[in-house]
Design a protein around this ligand. Structure first.
Ligand code: NAP
Length: 478
């Protein structure tokens, strides 16, 4: 895949980049190694000062970087600005909380004595250079939610971003440099996917995190497994959205539109399968379909646009195949089902797809099992919660889930039974710096954000002292 900015709204190539050669990659790996040796010894206060400065700069740059994101991958510019603001918030959150999240952990005095120690505790240390292989769909957020905790823990970062968002990738390296992080602490490697293996195998790289598709995750995880390096995988999702009779159906339907259509439908945690109780099915289906049909599809740089183009020609072709397969096998199209009929002439070369709702889905259809990465919803009718949960779990994925109910017993059963990394009630799944994020099954493993995320790339070091050889006043941090 060429490393290039190609505007998805019209198909025009705006900039192309040569991938880094071997010598430059080597120079950058050496810089990461050198930076880590010094940076790991800095304190939380210094790291927090730098991270807060990065957040301030990002706030100042919001308009420009939002436009860059939109031109590179097609998200509505309003959403791009919100993404930049969210990144600054996460940076500030980790700047404020990293020290307490990584504070030493002390076993009980009885357990310390039982281990034969005079004192013992767990101390979190950084691992080293972490390679982040990232996707284009939230080109700032995916990176920041790795970089903010990793840097606050004392690690250094190497970013291999998706090949279609090179300008956003370079912006991120510049942002951390301008904020004052030492040279080598955060570097962007403009390379294609084939360059990942040798970089990951390099002894100076300690671990990897990948957000992206299942095939990419399998490949990186198997290389990392062979090289015995830790990984976090955030892969695809096909999140269920359950609506039960006690729900506020009007709100459930309105929120469902946002949950499905956010980011032009290209979000791992977008609700994709809408599983609705028969008692409220007709009302929900009507409201949801109208809501999807009424979305404004068009130029993502326009403030009033709800849905821009898909990020790539291939992405649209993949989505078209899934919908066409379902329709061929008898699915009903409630709205959409193809490319939008009315588009401004200057957008005709863009990769647009109309918001689509399908019903009559059967397990024989690919769309029943595969992720739809675009504004396409599948709608199912069920007779009760057991059937809803069974259908919700009938997927290879397990990222998040959404449930609309006011019944406490139903809520308890959903928390117990839904196979996913999250259960969001009477709302839609969204990430927040204080809440762990990640999945099970083919959605990946490990967690990002919160304390879980910052500890993924730390060495939980057991510190054990025998009968007081260092004196009672000894303190490691003194
Ligand atoms: P992708 O094709 O897997 O690309 C993601 C990243 O992996 C890119 O940097 C890509 O580089 C690289 N890559 C691809 N194949 C690779 C390989 N064999 N070895 C090493 N690196 C490889 O995914 P995408 O199309 O950009 O993103 C969409 C997918 O990401 C969806 O499935 C979505 O659900 C998932 N996603 C998951 C989360 C989550 O948090 N769980 C969040 C966002 C997206 P190139 O661009 O150079 O090919």
């Amino acid at each position: 895949m060429p490393i290039a900015t190609v505007n998805p709204a019209n198909g025009e190539t705006l900039r192309t980049f040569d991938p880094l050669g071997e010598a430059e990659i080597e120079r950058r790996l050496a810089a990461a190694d050198t930076a880590f040796r010094q940076y790991r010894t800095t304190g939380f206060a210094e790291r927090a000062r730098l991270m807060e400065h990065a957040a301030e700069l990002l706030d100042e740059d919001r308009q420009d970087i939002a436009r860059t994101m939109t031109v590179e991958m097609g998200k509505p510019v309003t959403a791009a600005r919100a993404e930049a603001a969210k990144c600054a918030k996460a940076m500030r959150w980790y700047a404020a909380h990293a020290e307490e999240l990584l504070a030493d952990e002390h076993p009980s005095p009885d357990d310390v004595r039982d281990s034969g120690a005079s004192r013992a505790h767990v101390h979190y240390r950084p691992l080293g250079a972490v390679l982040a292989v990232m996707p284009w769909n939230f080109p700032l957020w995916q990176v920041v939610r790795f970089a903010a905790p990793a840097l606050m823990a004392g690690n250094v970062g190497l970013l291999k971003h998706a090949s279609n968002v090179p300008q956003t990738a370079m912006y991120l390296e510049g942002l951390f440099r301008r904020a004052g992080f030492p040279e080598g602490c955060f570097q962007t490697l403009l390379v294609g996917a084939a360059a990942v293996e040798p970089i990951l195998r390099d002894p100076r790289v300690a671990a990897a995190t990948l957000t992206g598709s299942e095939p990419a995750g399998r490949s990186v995880a198997s290389i990392a497994g062979d090289a015995v390096k830790r990984t976090v995988l955030e892969l695809g999702g096909s999140d269920p959205y359950l609506v039960m009779p006690s729900a506020d159906v009007v709100r459930a339907a309105r929120t469902a539109v946002t949950a499905r259509a956010q980011n032009n439908g290209q979000s791992c945690i977008a609700a994709k399968r809408f599983i609705v109780h028969a008692d409220v099915y007709e009302e929900f289906a009507e409201r949801f379909t109208v809501g999807m049909r009424d979305l404004t599809v068009g130029d993502p740089l326009r403030e009033s646009t709800d849905i821009g183009p898909l990020a790539s020609r291939q992405g649209r072709a993949d989505l078209e195949e899934l919908v066409d397969d379902a329709v061929r096998q008898g699915a009903d199209v409630l709205c959409g089902g193809g490319r939008p009929e009315r588009l401004d002439p200057e957008l005709r070369g863009g990769w647009f797809y109309a918001p689509t709702v399908l019903t009559g889905i059967t397990p024989a259809m690919r769309i029943h099992h595969e992720e739809t990465f675009g504004p396409v919803a599948t709608l199912y009718r069920v007779e009760g919660l057991d059937e809803a949960v069974e259908l919700a779990n009938d997927t290879p994925f397990g990222l998040s889930s959404n449930v609309w109910t006011r019944d406490p017993d139903e809520a308890r059963r959903c928390v117990r039974d839904l196979q996913a990394g999250g259960v969001f009630f009477n709302g839609m799944t969204a990430s927040h710096p204080a809440l762990p994020f990640g999945g099970i099954k083919h959605s990946g493993y490990g967690r990002e954000l919160a304390g879980h995320g910052i500890r993924e790339f730390c060495n939980a070091t057991t510190v054990w002292y025998g009968p007081d050889p260092l004196g009672t006043t000894f303190r490691e941090t003194a």
